[in-house]
Design a protein around this ligand. Structure first.
Ligand code: NAP
Length: 498
């Protein structure tokens, strides 16, 4: 464990500062350790590791990507209890990885990253934290991710509400929902998971839907003991199953550009609705009017049956006002409630806006990203040497596991960090024309893709309607491009060892 240089000033000097200890930050730490680089610190704002899988504890929280793929390739877990693991199991998995690979001691808990400034003379990043401690590193890796700042809509009168209010990512487990009248705002990936769980408990649930999501049945089931044993005894069998799953998920990407396949998927989803929901009005209310894939396709087998319950009321008229004990909608109806739960998602395209990062020549990241966030391969930004983003711009997915993308990025970053940590290289700064050409290439694809032309508005797009979140391609193509950093893409300053 790295000790502060001076206890009074709490100034830490290290080779690599990693921010965040979710899948991205933890994976980076593990790979550094495996590469023989021990001089790194992980900053974690919370009291425990795990990122989104620590924070999201709402009832029913689970992954909608099969766990066989939603896990590190180097640490395949033969003991997954279900096809789609629940939050606690994924959180336990991350704890296990931290212990097994010996990175826990590198994590500084309760340390909130507030900003960083690059000093070109010393080729170091000076990292500031909320508690006043300072970290100085030769490289800075952001494992912050995009889904961590809860988004609360501004509803007129919300401050007057006298009941309980919380967000799905900040679930208040001390508040007993039993017998309560509850408003749930939002019908996205999180809401469709917790609504079926709380509907059994509450007296009345008013579910406020702005846009119906496309939902397909979730092929979830327990993984039998016999299969777990088989995976344990023959790891190759698990690898083969994972490979088959990978290509199966990868094939889903074809539907993004093939409208005929998209139509087939829409027909299957509509059949799902018809099979479960008999009331024609409710059916019409949950049937989307935009192309499938425009927003994230959701998986659930218990959401539609929940809407049939007599204590669940799907409200499609927008919320116009919140009063002391009720929510009022555009059709003039007043819905008396004891609690409001927001399933309204996260600040995604504006999620990095709060970061105070200053690169070369005093240039702020906020200025560099004034017209929208962009990076080369979603990882490096010109003018910000030795700064690396994991899960940065345009690296999100709708069709496969984002852990695959994280591992590809880690591999790429490692190929830069090794010579930096050895002292062979002082700084790497991606060339602006390289970054520009890359972004022109992916935006050319994105402009015609379903996320932009599918007739919906989603958090994939920024305020200017530009897609800043999705990788527009097969993930293996991203893997190919990120296997190793190409020196020709960078302005490289030699290190002292040279
Ligand atoms: P989300 O998918 O962004 O859904 C937010 C919901 O809130 C949408 O229905 C949205 O309606 C609604 N909403 C937002 N602002 C509103 C407003 N002002 N008034 C009324 N409704 C409003 O958020 P999420 O469900 O938290 O999920 C976020 C992301 O987390 C997912 O897309 C996914 O990537 C990730 N996630 C993953 C898993 C997993 O299993 N891997 C599970 C949960 C979440 P509109 O559609 O009209 O905008």
């Amino acid at each position: 464990m790295v000790q502060p240089q001076s206890r009074d000033q709490r100034r830490y000097r290290t080779s690599v500062v990693i921010v965040g200890s979710g899948f991205a930050g933890l994976g980076m730490a593990i790979k550094l350790k495996q590469a023989g680089i021990d001089d790194f610190i992980v900053l974690e704002k919370a009291a425990d590791l795990g990122g989104t899988w620590r924070d999201n504890t709402y009832p029913g929280c689970a992954c909608d990507v099969p766990s066989l793929m939603y896990s590190f390739s180097f640490e395949q877990n033969p003991a997954w209890s279900r096809v789609f693991a629940e939050q606690q199991e994924i959180s336990d998995y991350l704890q296990h990885c931290a212990d097994k690979y010996g990175v826990r001691d590198h994590i500084h808990y309760g340390v909130r990253f507030t900003g960083a400034e690059y000093d070109e003379d010393t080729a170091t990043w000076r990292v500031a934290t909320a508690d006043g401690a300072e970290y100085v590193g030769r490289a800075l890796v952001s494992g912050i991710g995009a889904l961590h700042i809860p988004s609360y809509p501004e509803l007129p009168g919300l401050e007057r509400f006298e009941g309980e209010v919380f967000h799905s990512a900040e679930w208040n487990h001390d508040f007993d929902l039993t017998g309560k009248r509850v408003a749930v705002i939002g019908t996205g990936a999180s809401a469709i998971q917790f609504v079926p769980r709380i509907a059994r408990q509450v007296e009345q649930l008013h579910l406020f839907q702005r846009t119906p999501p496309w939902i397909q049945p979730k092929p979830d089931r327990p993984i039998p003991e016999s299969v777990q044993r088989w995976f344990r005894r023959v790891p190759l069998a698990q690898r083969a199953a994972r490979a088959a799953l990978y290509w199966g998920l990868e094939a889903r990407y074809i539907a993004v550009f093939n409208r005929r396949l998209g139509k087939i998927a829409e027909t299957l989803s509509k059949r799902h609705i018809r099979k479960v929901i008999k009331d024609p009005q409710l059916r019409a209310a949950v049937t989307p009017d935009y192309a499938i894939g425009c927003k994230r396709i959701l998986l659930s087998s218990d959401y539609y049956p929940t809407l049939n319950r007599s204590n669940v009321d799907l409200v499609t008229s927008g919320v116009t006002e919140v009063r002391e004990r009720s929510v009022v909608t555009g059709d003039g109806r007043e819905h008396p409630v004891d609690a409001i739960i927001f399933g309204t998602g996260f600040h995604v395209t504006d999620g990095f806006a709060h970061l105070d990062i200053t690169g070369r020549d005093g240039r702020k990241l906020q200025d560099a990203w004034r017209n929208g966030m962009e990076a080369y391969l979603g990882i490096v930004v010109s003018g910000f040497p030795n700064l690396f983003f994991l899960l940065g711009p345009n690296t999100g997915l709708g069709h496969n596991s984002v852990v695959f993308m994280i591992e590809s990025q880690i591999n790429y970053v490692l190929s830069c960090l090794k010579p930096i940590c050895r002292g062979d290289i002082a700084q790497v700064d991606v060339r602006q024309p390289v970054q520009d050409a890359y972004n022109a290439e992916i935006q050319a694809k994105l402009t015609h893709a379903v996320w932009s032309v599918g007739g919906c508005r989603s958090w994939y797009l920024d305020e200017n309607g530009v897609n800043r979140t999705i990788w527009p391609g097969f993930t293996w193509k991203y893997w190919l491009r990120t296997r190793k950093a190409n020196p020709a893409d960078f302005e490289i300053t030699a290190g002292r060892r040279r």
